[in-house]
Design a protein around this ligand. Structure first.
Ligand code: BES
Ligand code: ZN
Length: 881
């Protein structure tokens, strides 16, 4: 385990490496406890570097067996080797030489799941960000691009399948039942994209012909017997390949494209060149075992990793500070893909909900950092919502400002100019400046400055002068180590909406640049005056969520009600209703704290009913609208002094008020949406299920609710409905016979299917209330639970700590105590997963004083542990700072 060195990596310290590695030949003789790795590296001194410069290679916990230079064993006096570094003190004087390294690794004992490890008896690798150095000594940095040839040897019976990057070259048999395969990848790549897989796996085979006529063999490898479950992933892959050709003109470039599903994986999936490795949760699916959300995730992640082939692999990152160059851009691309495959409006609302739920709290707490950070101690901790989701929003803003054609021209120029390179954010922005002739210097702050900008907006209408004006003021709250903020360039999409719902025209506008429905906010204050406006319009702001900001509008509830019913922008219409719900919930929270029963305006519940029944709206949209803001969302909007129990009570009360007011209508709708015909995972069918399941959630609060949910559970013919009913029973009717019976039945039915049991763990970890911590503790002893498997840990411990506000933040601190214990237990094996879990405490300062002190103590308890991993120490110390 890498413990903390205290070293801080800084962007300004970047300098190119003295040496390059144009060619890399790797040989693996696979064995669980002693895999022999031979690396033959062509080392080239960079132009202008002094001949005497030592060559320093990265390692991480390595055992070195031998070093040779140009075919001669190197005397021990000519190098220094530690597990974490190999220094060749006096490299040969010539420009190029061959370095041969032999190392030994133990994949079966690798529980960190970085480097070469075993998952269910399958050998696999994970090298991003710095896992390659756990295989051999190397210049482990993304600007070292090398052409790889890989030879794998293994016993045929244990590992009939031998895969690596690129195209297959050769294979054959060896003595003693062993065999080998050689792979060659013609595209120079950084070592974080290296991959190897070996084992006994089943293959789902298919093919794709690219737009220029290249025939590509496609393979999805899964555990034997699970091929049937890879069909949806394969379909998503072919749709992704087609879409990238159509939307970005990008085609695939090798003869084979392989995907392997493994059951122990730290993340969702990994884009290794020609050999993507996936968490099996994001490959395996059928109606019996996967929910509609699972299908949507599979589609998005298959696309995401495939899209990296151009945004990440062909053009990679110069250094890890540029992570958003590949991740933010690729998330943007997968968002657009899903929007095109499904419903754009629904997708956009879902994206914004995710951004607000994950990125906003990050930006507003101690772990805030810019989309392109300038400092890190542990790069693993920077695969964040800010880099990914906000990074994607920044790309979206560029497109919004430039328009689709110019944006596409910029992307084309990016691919043309930087193909085969390791690039920077400056390179990326420059292509858009070049194609548009615009100056993006102020806009670039979106990459460099942390924090969520806020706009305060006031509107006034002067009927006599026929003038409508918006007073807009921007501010960016301070974040750690950035107390003074510069003014941002915010593209604010807007619409003026007339009394009949149609757009209001104006004759002239002054006070800001306004084009194509966008106000360009660049100064602290703008007074934007629209002339020729005779009647007071409602103003719809940040349409489509054009910028990732918060807005404080001084708008009358009447206007919000009007927009929630009439805004022509689907996103803003959803937003208006969501704002009304949030305002009502915050008011209820305060009433509850003040010892009062909350009361809600009747027209809010009425509006919920009319949205639910509006046949002109897609069912998926109606389902999203009816989903009340989550407890964490409400907490974020309240800001300080959070008492999760009071928030929970407020939310319950509003849900009940809506259900009671709409009982008949909801029941009729619910009945009308019952599934007819065979299952299909398409977006429209999923939308109907989503609407029916949220109606069930409301109806379950009324008398007879538990019985209704139990019936829903028993009659379900797919996992979406079954899991939804189980969640309703467990969360709303915890402890009843109906809930207990359903939990027991579910466990019995899916015993042996780890991915499905994850849902069972998840649902129980999410049960609100003080008793859940004990239940979760008990479930860690369940035979299907394993502290070494990231999916199990995330389902049970991750759900409890990041999605169960009342359970985790139990007033006596028991949730935190259990959490600290468990995080430290996970950390012994897998520091990366432990560090991610630990971010659940990042909003500790917004809690009420009692819980705040206990949460702080939990963090201090972790901080005082000796030999903490670099990953966990980094999170804990920044959270406390
Ligand atoms: N490159 C990442 C995987 C990764 C992340 C490896 C961090 C090592 C450390 C991959 O492209 C990715 O971003 N995967 C996401 C899913 C994606 C759809 C956002 C993931 O694994 O969560
Ligand atoms: Zn990615």
């Amino acid at each position: 385990m890498r413990t903390d060195t205290g070293h801080v990596f800084k962007l300004e310290d970047y300098r190119p490496s003295d040496y390059l590695i144009p060619r890399t030949s790797l040989g693996f003789r696979l064995s669980p406890d002693a895999t022999h790795v031979t690396a033959l590296l062509t080392i080239e001194r960079r132009e202008g570097v002094a001949a005497a410069a030592p060559l320093v290679l990265d390692g991480d916990g390595l055992t070195l067996l031998g070093v040779a230079v140009d075919g001669h064993t190197l005397p021990a006096s000519d190098y220094e080797a530690t597990p974490d570094r190999l220094t060749i003190l006096k490299p040969p004087a010539g420009q190029r030489f061959e370095l041969r390294l032999e190392t030994e690794v133990a994949p079966a004992r690798n529980e960190a799941l970085m480097g070469l490890y075993r998952s269910n008896n399958v050998y696999c690798t994970q090298c991003e960000a710095e896992g390659f150095r756990r295989i051999t000594y190397f210049l482990d940095r993304p600007d070292i691009l090398s052409v790889y040839t890989v030879r794998i040897e293994a016993p045929h019976n244990e590992a009939p399948l031998l895969l690596s990057n690129g195209n297959p070259v050769e294979s054959g048999t060896l003595a003693d039942g062993w065999h080998y395969a050689v792979w060659h990848d013609p595209f120079p790549k950084p070592c974080y994209l290296f991959a190897l897989v070996a084992g006994a796996l089943g293959k789902l085979a298919d093919s794709f012909t690219t737009m220029s006529g290249r025939h590509v063999e496609l393979g999805i490898y899964v555990e034997p017997g699970k091929k049937r479950l890879a069909g949806y992933a394969m379909d998503a892959l072919k749709r992704s390949m087609k879409w990238d050709e159509e939307a970005f003109g990008r085609e695939y470039d090798l003869d084979v494209f392989n995907i392997v599903a493994v059951s122990d994986f730290n993340m969702g999936a990994m884009e290794n060149k020609g050999l993507n490795v996936f968490n099996d949760k994001y490959v395996l699916a059928d109606e019996e075992t996967a929910t509609d959300a699972d299908f949507a995730n599979i589609e998005a992640i298959i696309a995401h990793e495939y899209f990296h082939n151009w945004t990440g692999n062909r053009i990679t990152c110069r250094d890890w500070f540029q992570l958003c160059l590949k991740e933010g851009l690729t998330v943007y691309r997968d968002h657009e893909f899903s929007a095109d495959q499904r419903s754009r409006a629904v997708k956009r609302i879902a994206e914004v909900r995710t951004l607000r739920a994950h990125q906003f709290p990050e930006d507003q707490g101690p772990l805030a950092h810019p989309v392109r950070p300038r400092r890190y101690r542990e790069i693993n901790n920077f695969y964040t919502a800010t880099v990914y989701e906000k990074g994607s929003e920044v790309v979206r803003m560029i497109r919004t400002m430039l328009g689709p054609e110019t944006f596409r021209a910029g992307m084309d120029l990016y691919f043309e100019r930087h193909d085969g390179e390791a690039a920077t954010i400056e390179d990326f922005l420059k292509v858009f400046e070049d194609v548009s002739g615009r100056d993006l210097a102020q806009f670039a702050l979106w990459y460099h400055q942390a924090g969520t900008p806020n706009l305060t907006v006031r509107s006034t209408h002067n009927a006599a002068a026929k003038e409508f004006s918006l007073e807009i003021e921007q501010s960016v709250p301070p974040t750690p180590s950035e107390s003074r903020k510069r003014l941002m360039h915010i593209p604010l999409a807007f619409g003026l909406v007339g009394a009949d719902g149609s757009p209001v025209a104006w004759t002239a506008v002054e006070g800001a640049a306004v084009d194509d429905g966008l106000i360009h906010i660049r100064k602290r204050r703008h007074t934007v005056r629209f002339s020729g406006v005779s009647e007071r319009p409602s103003v719809s702001l940040n349409r489509g969520f054009s910028a990732p900001i918060t807005i404080s509008v001084q708008q009358k509830a009447d206007d919000q009600f009007f927009l929630a019913a009439h805004d022509s922008d689907a996103f803003s219409r959803w937003q208006a209703f969501n704002t009304l719900l949030t305002d009502a919930l915050i008011a209820a929270f305060r009433q509850i704290l003040g010892g009062k029963q909350p009361v809600f305006a009747a027209r809010l519940a009425e509006l919920a009913g009319s949205i639910a029944g509006d046949e002109a709206l897609e069912p998926a949209y109606r389902a999203l609208a009816l989903a009340l803001p989550g407890e964490a969302d409400i907490a974020r909007d309240i800001g300080k002094g959070i008492d999760p129990d009071a928030i929970f009570a407020a939310r319950e009360a509003l849900a009940r008020a809506i259900a009671e007011a709409n009982r008949e209508a909801f029941l009729a709708l619910y009945d009308g949406l019952a599934d007819k015909g065979p299952f299909s995972p398409d977006a429209a069918s999923a939308g109907r299920r989503a609407l029916r399941n949220i109606l069930l959630d409301y109806l379950s609060l009324l008398p007879g609710g538990a019985a209704l949910a139990a019936r829903h559970f028993t009659c379900a013919t797919n996992m979406t409905d079954r899991a939804a009913a189980l969640a309703v029973l467990a969360h709303r009717h915890s402890g009843t016979a109906e809930a207990d019976d359903a939990l027991t039945a579910f466990e019995a039915r899916y015993r042996g299917d780890a991915l499905v049991l994850d849902k069972w763990f998840q649902i129980q970890a999410g049960v609100p209330g003080a008793k859940t911590v004990e239940k979760v503790r008990e479930l860690t002893r369940h035979p299907a639970f394993s502290i070494a498997n990231p999916n199990r840990v995330r389902s049970l411990i991750g759900t409890f700590s990041s999605a169960n506000q009342t359970g985790f933040h139990r007033a006596d601190g028991e949730g935190y105590r259990f959490f600290v214990e468990t995080v430290l237990e996970v950390e012994k094996r897998n520091p990366q997963v432990a560090a991610r879990l630990a971010t659940a405490l990042r909003s500790w300062r917004s809690l009420e004083p009692g819980r705040q002190a206990k949460a702080r103590q939990a963090l201090l308890d972790m901080a005082k542990v000796e030999n903490l991993s670099a990953d966990l120490r980094d999170i804990v110390e920044r959270t406390l700072a």
